[in-house]
Ligand binder design. Structure first.
Ligand SMILES: Cc1cc2nc3c(=O)[nH]c(=O)nc-3n(C[C@H](O)[C@H](O)[C@H](O)COP(=O)(O)OP(=O)(O)OC[C@H]3O[C@@H](n4cnc5c(N)ncnc54)[C@H](O)[C@@H]3O)c2cc1C
Length: 416
């Protein structure tokens, strides 16, 4: 048996898959799926744990024909699932995606499968832009699910457990221009939630060393009124991670520019974030945000030794069963951490304990140590998702250890 020895983006794990396939046609993919016992989709490998991994075969859809078909009348774009956001952004003339993550390097399918998000009180996760998805299911058949279909809300954020997504249709909005500003030194006792809600997309960066937000990143549509932030405007471009070059980041200082050159923090042609890092992120209800932030601040002495930077963002509630934002307007508390799994793991447990009163939901693609039953208890539709996997994938072809543990039936058969 050949082992691939291929790593994820962060380099903290080696996939255990026996092979990574890259079919170049839908027919080839269908035959591969139908004839393989254990298989999972792999995107651009930006997840920090084994959510994508399998001891069977991995398959990347980035070799399938590239399609970016805008339907102007419907304000949608149908794209090949393996495309990266950066590849799509410049091909939707006159239109825009409502939001992007901090980086445009990630695949659409991988981002949506894990409910990847940007920021903005009015912006849902990137998965909420999906209005239809096409996938190859366990038998090799193709299935299209559209918004409004009974299974649709269970199938968009699916952790790769339902099939291999080959194309997605995304909602578009009219193209917009953005001015991006960075401010420094926002006091924690200012109305942080008002600042987060004050512009189209706002991110706060803090190292928790004092009662101050180090940087406030404001992404403001040029048609919106200017947000007055009670902090000092940065006197030059900034990178959120201390010591990293600002040239890796999108244009700041209020220079107006197209949505896709401002909504991500990082430019597509550079390494995003720090590069040498691990990440974790926990989502709490927006109403609990200040209490949760105070709870994290209380344990800063445990966090700071392994922390590069934290980011705080807002995400609007949605109806997707496995979304960390399911029926809950959220604030996310993110940690860019040292590339040292042994040092990071105990700190994650401490953060998770501190955030337990808020039933924090972990980011599906980032590190966490919560037991599967705890995670399950925080997802009201988990049992429905389990049922959906059984219907679409009765043999468990797309399951891996992570999904199997997450979906394990509780002892006694009670539904959770
Ligand atoms: C530097 C950096 C910055 C990040 N910034 C953000 C951020 O701003 N916001 C945020 O929310 N997250 C962020 N993330 C996390 C990132 O968005 C997730 O890891 C996301 O899953 C990446 O997509 P991917 O294509 O790399 O997925 P992979 O890691 O390759 O796979 C993730 C999951 O998607 C599934 N999948 C992939 N392709 C398919 C397919 N075709 N069909 C079915 N399932 C599929 C896989 O099976 C797996 O379960 C960041 C990560 C990094 C490394």
């Amino acid at each position: 048996m050949t082992v691939t020895h291929e790593n994820n983006w962060a380099g903290n794990l080696t996939y255990r898959a026996t092979a990574i396939h890259r079919p170049t046609s839908l027919g080839e993919l269908r035959t591969l799926v139908a004839s393989t016992d254990r298989i999972r989709a792999l995107g651009t490998r930006h997840s920090f744990h084994r959510v994508a991994d399998t001891t069977g075969a991995l398959v990347s859809v980035d070799g399938l024909p590239r399609q970016i078909d805008v339907d102007s009348a419907a304000s949608t774009v149908r794209v090949s699932a393996g495309l990266r956001y950066a590849e799509i952004a410049s091909h939707v003339d006159g239109f825009a995606l409502a939001n992007m993550a901090s980086l445009p390097h990630i695949s659409v399918a991988g981002a949506c499968a894990t409910a990847t998000h940007g920021s903005g009180v009015g912006n849902g996760s990137l998965a909420t832009a999906v209005s239809a998805l096409e996938m190859v299911t366990a038998t090799g058949e193709t299935v299209t699910l559209s918004r409004g279909d009974p299974d649709f809300d269970g199938a968009v954020v699916a952790l790769g457990a339902l099939g291999i997504v080959t194309a997605v249709t995304l909602d578009l909005v009219p193209a917009f221009e953005v001015r991006q500003y960075v401010y420094e030194g926002l006091a924690f006792d200012e109305d942080v939630l008002a600042v987060l809600a004050g512009a189209y997309s706002v991110s706060l960066f803090t190292d928790w060393t004092g009662p101050t937000i180090n940087q406030v990143w404001v992404k403001q549509r040029t048609t919106d009124p200017e947000l007055a932030v009670p902090a000092k405007p940065a006197d030059g471009p900034r990178h959120p991670v201390p010591g990293m070059p600002a040239e890796n980041c999108t244009q700041q200082l209020g220079v107006p520019g197209p949505w896709h050159e401002r909504m991500p923090h990082f430019r597509p042609e550079f390494t995003p974030s720090a590069g040498e890092e691990l990440q974790a992120e926990f989502m709490v209800a927006r109403v609990d945000a200040m209490a949760a932030l105070r709870a994290v601040y209380e344990i800063r002495e445990r966090i700071c030794p392994v922390l590069q930077i934290s980011e705080i963002r807002t995400i609007a509630a949605d109806s997707l069963w496995l979304s960390p934002f399911y029926q809950r307007d959220a604030v996310s508390i993110h940690f860019t951490l040292a590339a040292d799994p042994d040092a990071v793991r105990p700190v994650l447990s401490v953060i998770e304990r501190q955030l337990a009163p808020f039933a924090a939901r972990p980011h599906w693609a980032k590190l966490f140590t919560l037991a599967p039953e705890v995670v399950r208890s925080r997802y009201p539709r988990l049992a429905d998702f389990r049922d959906l996997t059984r219907r679409l994938d009765p043999e468990g072809k797309f399951r891996n250890d992570f999904v199997t543990e997450l979906l394990a039936e509780p002892a006694g058969g009670a539904r959770s």
